[in-house]
Every structure is written in C-alpha cells, then in structure tokens.
Design a protein around this ligand. Structure first.
Ligand code: BMA
Length: 317
C-alpha cells in the first residue's frame, strides 16, 4: 500500500467493500444520496459539501441553496458521516465550500460572491462555531480554491481555478502560495483540460491527500454536449515538494453521473467532489460529492485502487 502521510481514522464511517465483479476504481454507497433537502427545513437543495473527521465523529460545511434560492453555507455534525445534524445558521454566503485541517485549525475556502464576480474566501475555525475570516485569496474571477493540509517549503499552497467571464479558453488549474494566508502569489500553472470528458474546464475538488507517491488530487472536469454540461471526477498525482508538477494523471474519469440522483435534479449530470477522507491504517477513501446540484452522494475507493487506475491510464507517463 502507498504510505499515507495525512490520513486520519474514519473507522466509524460505515465502509462498503467494492461490489463483486465491479470493474471500476470508485464505487457508490448503496444508500445514496446521504444528504438531501430533507436534512434542513430551509433548503431547496444541499450539495457540493465538505466534511472532516472531528472529535471522534465528523464535522462539515454544507452548500445550501435556500428556498429563496440564495446560496449559503451552514455547518453540521455527525457521528458516522451518514446521519447529519445540520444547523439553520448561515456562516457565510457563497458556495462550493472545502474544509482543510492545517495543524490544529480548520480552514474553510469557498466561492464568495462579490459585486465584481466570484473570489475565494478563506476563514478559520477551531470548533465550527466561531469563524475568523481572512483576506480573500484572489481577485475576481476565480473558483475552486483548495488548500493543502500543510505548508510546503514553508508556504501555504492553494489550488485555484482563475477564470474569465465565460470566454474561452478558460478553466485551468493553477497553484498559488502564501506565507501567512493573507498575501498570495507565486502563481504557477498546474494543468489544463486534455481529454474530451473534461474539455470545457477543470477544477480542484477535495483537500489533496499526501502519500509517498505524491499528492493525490481528485478534481472535476466538464464536458459540453448538445444537452449542456456534464461534470465528472478525475484524479492526478502532484509532486510532493513542488505540487505544480503533475507526475501522473488519469486519462479518463473515475466517477461520472450515471445514477438517477446524479442525472436528474436542479442541474442534471453533475458529480462534484468536495471532500475525500482517508483512513491512514487501511487506505480506505470516502469521497463526498454533490449530485445534480441537489443532494450529497458518498463513494468509496482506496488509495491503491486510485493510484493504480491513474498509473494504468496515465496521460503523462
Ligand atoms: C459550477 C458550480 C457548482 C455546480 C456546477 C454545476 O459552476 O456552480 O457549484 O455544481 O457548476 O451546476
């Protein structure tokens, strides 16, 4: 097994083995979706959401589109990662939250709406109750800001997707660095769409997982068909010391919208991963993803299954 550097225990999350005869590297939880609008009175939909192990259970930040169709973020707690108590209290306006533990704090990064366009907001908490907001991590327009779980070369790092106002070409992943989570710079290109399944744009997903093979990143890629966008999940491995370098990258998606709850909803044909929890002892990975901009699904893989798939179908090597 590849050594996992930043895993935690996710033993109380009900694991399901890969179904007999199933050919692909990522398989769905059989009781999907795990979070729906029924979890919160004010919700039209709850999707693209991120969770972390917390105090023996789990805590999370959830994207809620309200019944007034505002986009807001709320928190929630769970003992098993499946049954969640979500709060009605809005912590920030915006969408697509990620949560990243760095030392003893939890950092939220999300898409914040400003009059000039979307930026990446950053805020920290120790308890998921009190939040301190940092400077915005970019100027408009950008999305998909994803922090690394430790400093690299003494600097915080964030994957980010700067984009223009909809003109092509846009939709590449870059990386930026900061000494203090206030000033950001040293922008470096990481990767562009290559294959058809991701051709329109790509964006980082969960907090990268550190292994001895490199940083494992799951990301989303968007295909434009005659029927609109299709969002699928891909994966790549970045260099541990210089994560702007892509070492390996799967040529094909690992999860695509095939189930009814992924293909039917407010925005059909979307799987949008925002969290991947890894169990340090076993290498088991639980991926939380938004399904059709309507609910949250859970999928499983292992570090080794994912790495093998990436290397067997490598765009780079
Ligand atoms: C993106 C974001 C995501 C959403 C996706 C599909 O641009 O808005 O929150 O899941 O589109 O609608």
């Amino acid at each position: 097994m590849a050594a996992i550097i930043n895993g935690e225990s996710i033993k109380n999350l009900p694991w399901q083995d890969k179904p007999e005869g199933y050919k692909y590297p990522v398989w769905r939880y059989t009781q999907n979706p795990v979070i729906t609008r029924d979890n919160l009175f004010m919700a039209n939909s709850i999707f693209n959401s991120a969770v972390v192990p917390y105090k023996g259970g789990f805590a999370g930040v959830f994207r809620v589109d309200t019944r007034t169709r505002d986009q807001v973020i709320v928190t929630g707690f769970s003992d098993d990662g499946i049954n969640w108590n979500l709060s009605e209290k809005v912590i920030f306006e915006g969408y697509d939250p990620r949560i990243c533990k760095i030392e003893d704090k939890y950092y939220l990064s999300w898409v914040k709406l400003t009059p000039k366009g979307t930026v990446i907001g950053v805020a920290e908490t120790a308890d998921f109750e009190t939040w301190a907001e940092h400077e915005e991590a970019c100027y408009p327009v950008a999305r998909n800001g994803v922090l690394f779980p430790r400093k690299i070369d003494n600097e915080y790092k964030m994957l980010i997707r700067p984009c223009d106002r909809g003109h092509t070409p846009y939709g590449d992943i870059f990386i930026q660095s900061s000494p203090d989570l206030t000033f950001w710079g040293k922008y470096r290109f990481v990767m562009s769409p290559v294959k058809n399944w991701e051709m329109t744009k790509i964006g980082a997903g969960p907090t990268p997982i550190e292994t001895d093979e490199g940083w494992l990143v799951y990301y989303h890629g968007v295909l434009t068909s005659c029927n609109g966008f299709t969002y699928s999940m891909g994966a790549a491995i970045l260099d541990r010391d210089d994560p702007s370098k892509v070492l390996h990258r799967a040529d094909s998606y690992l999860l695509a919208p095939h189930e009814l709850y992924e293909t039917v909803g407010d925005v059909p044909n979307v799987v949008f991963p925002c969290a991947a929890l890894v169990d340090a002892d076993t290498g088991r990975v639980a991926i939380y993803y938004g399904a059709a901009d309507t609910s949250v699904g859970l999928a499983f893989t292992t570090i080794d299954e994912t790495i093998k798939y990436i290397k067997d179908n490598d765009l780079i090597g």
